[in-house]
Ligand binder design. Sequence first.
Ligand SMILES: *[C@@H]1O[C@H](CO)[C@@H](O)[C@H](O)[C@H]1NC(C)=O
Ligand SMILES: [Zn+2]
Length: 249
Amino acid sequence: MIQSRILLTAVVIIIVIWLQTKTTSSTASQELALTRRKTALLIIDVQNDFSQPPPNGSLSVPGGLEIIPKINHLRNNFPFDFVVFSQDWHRPGHPSFYSAHPDAKKSGIKLFEKIQIHGRDQVLWPDHCQWDSYGAQFHPDLDYRSGDFVVQKGNRDADSYSAFMDNDHEYPTPLHAELQWREITHIVIVGLALDFCVGNTALDAKELGYQVTVVLDLTRPVYREEGDAMVKQMQGKHVRVMQSVDQIM
Ligand SMILES: *[C@@H]1O[C@H](CO)[C@@H](O)[C@H](O)[C@H]1NC(C)=O
Ligand SMILES: [Zn+2]
C-alpha cells in the first residue's frame, strides 16, 4: 500500500516536471517569434551628384555607376522586410561646402582639405546635393518604389555622414525610430561612399544594437586607402564586411 503511494507520488512528480518543461519551451519559442529576424536594406546616398560621372555629378565617386544594377538585383532577389534610401540634403551655403568658406580659400586651404568646425575636422566638399537640385535626386536607374522610406540628412549646420545622426552626434534623424517601430534586427548597408557615409552609418547602426552587414562590391570609396581603413574600423566593431552579395543570398 505504502509502496504504491510512493509510486503514485513519483508518477505525479514526473508529470508535473514534464508539464513545466513543456510550458517553458513553448514560452521560449514565443520569445523567439517576438525577436524574429527582420532585415532592412539601407541604400546610402545613390544620388546624381555622387554617382553620375563629371560634370553631371559634382562629387562623383569612382565606380559609383557600376553598383546601381547590383543594388537593384539585391533588392529584387532578397526578401527584405524594409528598404530605406538615405539622401544627402543640404541647404544652399551649407558649411560642408568649400564655397561657403571664402576665408579658408584666402588662407590657402584647398578643395577637399579639412578645417575645424565645432572642434572637429570638416572636409570642404564641392557644392553637392542641394535641396531640390538635380544632383540631390536619386540616380534615375535606381529601383526606388513608393513605400520605401527616405531619410534626409545634413540639412542642419553640422554635416551628417551617418544616416542615423549628424557628425556632432547631437541630432538623430528619424531612421532609428522607424526601424525600431518595424522591429528591424538586421541591416544590410550598400551605396556611396564607403569611407564616409556608408562606413559611419554602419558604425552607428552597430552602436545602436543592430546586426550589421556591409557588402563591399555594392559600395565604392572616395579614397581607396580611407576605404581600406574604414573596413578595418568596421571589422574592429564587429560589423560583418562581405565581399559580394553571393554571401548573403
Ligand atoms: C550628362 O547629362 C546629359 C543630360 O542628361 C547627358 O546627355 C550626358 O551624356 C551626361 N554626361 C555624362 C558624362 O554622363
Ligand atoms: Zn554632403
